[in-house]
Design a protein around this ligand. Structure first.
Ligand code: GLV
Ligand code: GLV
Length: 334
């Protein structure tokens, strides 16, 4: 075996075994955030790496690295990568698109329904033994989901998978995206494009599915929350930092937004203490893609991308989801 790879967090043993058929594998056995200095040191010693969202791969981390050929992200979102810096260094970057679309869309609905119908807080109340003390007929009233207008901010492949499910709930869909979808796709998703401010005002419930970028930082802040209906549920399965979590906590506490379902947080794994205090927020630890089948498929795709970039396996030389194929070209031409 002439190549070595680093895997930055624990992964399915069968996927590590698959990698080990081709390359030397150095796999971490504990999940933790790596500092720039640690990443720089780990990456200097390998030809490729599978990394996690918490690993920030920027110019500083790869500076002077003559060996590294590929970094394979265990995620579809790649705001942890400085892609131009990787390209300039001739290092291929890959991600895990598509295999998680449907599973992630399911989870967005799980959060919407749980937050609208108060599933988490009702369960906490039940587990605490309060039910035996009696319950009024008008206790635990939530807001309806079916028949309401669903707003989707960010209409990529996951947004579209969410929208298709809305038909079954009898929900018209409004969406906002930088670019409008082709009419056939809009029709397929029962979705209508509107301006962002109109989306915020008209949506009965709002799902955030847009990629994180500096321009999208706090795309939902105090001003945007103020446009939303006080009966609305806000779902964030996109990225921490898209929502101003402090402003959201205030809106939820004051009842200006009815409830929220949040899978991602600014500065996660830390979660804003004000959010943790609120009963009308359903909180989960970034698990929207975490079904047994889908997490396996993501790990397998990340491994296949890595191996393909190093010239192994059925896709040798042709990784399935390159983010900067022009970087790959540099090495292929060598
Ligand atoms: C998870 O958030 C991902 O980007 O895959
Ligand atoms: C809502 O989920 C609440 O318990 O207030």
């Amino acid at each position: 075996k002439s190549h070595s790879v680093w895997v930055s967090r624990p992964l399915f043993p069968e996927v590590l075994a698959h990698l080990a058929q081709y390359v030397h594998v150095h796999a971490e056995t504990e999940d933790r955030k790596h500092s720039s200095a640690e990443l720089r040191e780990k990456l200097a010693a390998v030809d490729g790496a599978i990394v996690a969202l918490s690993d920030r791969i920027d110019g500083n981390v790869i500076a002077g690295n003559q060996r590294l050929r590929v970094v394979s992200n265990l995620a579809v979102g790649y705001n942890n990568f400085d892609v131009p810096a990787l390209t300039a260094a001739g290092i291929l970057a890959t991600n895990t698109p598509d295999v998680l679309n449907e599973t992630t869309a399911d989870y967005a609905w799980a959060l919407l329904l749980a937050a609208a119908r108060r599933v988490s807080s009702a369960e906490r109340w039940l587990r605490a033994g309060h039910w035996r003390g009696g319950m009024r007929f008008d206790d635990w009233l939530g807001v309806d989901v079916h028949g309401k207008t669903l707003g989707i901010l960010g209409m990529g492949r996951i947004g579209q998978a969410i929208a298709r499910r809305a038909c079954g709930f009898g929900m018209p869909v409004l969406y906002h995206n930088r670019s409008r979808l082709p009419q056939t796709v809009e029709h397929d998703c029962c979705a209508t494009w509107v301006e962002k401010s109109e989306l915020l005002k008209r949506a009965d419930h709002l799902m955030l599915v847009l990629p994180y970028s500096a321009q999208n930082h706090h795309a939902i802040g105090a001003a945007e929350l103020a446009l939303m209906k006080s009966t609305a549920v806000l779902v964030n399965i996109a990225r921490g930092g898209i929502v101003d979590d402090a402003a959201l906590a205030v809106a939820l506490r004051e009842g200006r937004v009815a409830a929220a379902g949040l899978d991602v947080f600014e500065g996660e794994p830390a979660v804003h203490p004000a959010l943790r205090e609120l009963d009308n927020a359903v909180l989960s630890p970034h698990i929207a893609s975490a079904s047994a089948d889908t997490r396996r498929a993501m790990a397998q795709l990340a491994a296949d991308n890595l191996l393909a970039a190093l010239g192994y396996g059925p896709d040798a030389g042709h990784p399935r989801s390159p983010l900067n194929p022009e970087a790959w070209g540099k090495h292929a031409a060598e």
